[in-house]
Design a protein. Structure first.
Length: 215
């Protein structure tokens, strides 16, 4: 069955469309939606069955961690614990934006999200749609790319439908995504901050905040 398509303004989505999409997530289904770069796949982070289906849909290893998108730094408290001071400093400086911070996962976070690693990557996205959808749902959503693991990312709803013809409940059509570099990923869960992936936020921009960064 083809997914339902709902047209949205990705920068300023209407409230009723956000509520409709949140209802799809609450039902345990997968939504494809635009992010600042490519289309991503969202499920409720606290729905383990939905996260498992997401991994199967992407053909992604079950022990691979899943990035979460949050509505605000405060929503991180639902999925993380023991946040270091560097987390608050970086969040204040770079969120909303393309910086993913890896921190210690809360005990209540489903293992399907953390991949059993005890950590979780979180980000407040710069684009209004995924940020506000997490706020409407009241919980973080996943933010993995809308493609089969290892295949090119999708920039349009049509590309999503071709790459993943089954398993998606709804596509939020915000027009073509712009593409570009993925988020920069910094691991703050250890004693020393570590660069996991260089990306849209230059490491030089982070250095003043993390002089001890490793990588």
């Amino acid at each position: 069955m083809s997914p339902r398509v709902l047209h949205v303004d990705p920068s300023s989505p209407r409230e009723e469309r956000l509520r409709t999409a949140a209802g799809v997530l609450e039902a345990g289904e997968v939504i494809a939606l635009p992010t600042e770069t490519f289309y991503g796949l969202a499920v409720d982070a606290f729905a383990p069955d939905a996260v498992r289906r997401l991994n199967e849909l992407k053909r992604k290893p079950a022990d691979s961690p899943t990035l979460l998108l949050v509505s605000s730094p405060e929503q991180v408290d639902l999925v993380a614990r023991d946040l270091p001071e560097s987390f608050h400093t970086l969040a204040a400086a770079f969120w909303p934006g393309p910086l993913t911070l890896v921190v210690s996962a809360a005990e209540r976070l489903p293992r399907e999200v953390s991949g059993g690693r005890g950590t979780v990557g979180v980000r407040v996205p710069g684009l209004g749609l995924p940020r506000r959808l997490a706020g409407t749902l009241g919980r973080p959503i996943t933010g993995v790319s809308a493609n089969v693991h290892g295949q090119p990312p999708c920039r349009t709803p049509a590309e999503v439908a071709r790459a993943l013809p089954e398993g998606i409940g709804m596509i939020l059509d915000g027009g073509p995504a712009p593409g570009g570099a993925a988020s920069t990923v910094i691991d703050l869960s250890g004693k020393t901050p570590r660069i996991v992936r260089a990306g849209a936020v230059p490491i030089t921009a982070l250095a003043p905040f993390l002089p001890e960064i490793d990588g």
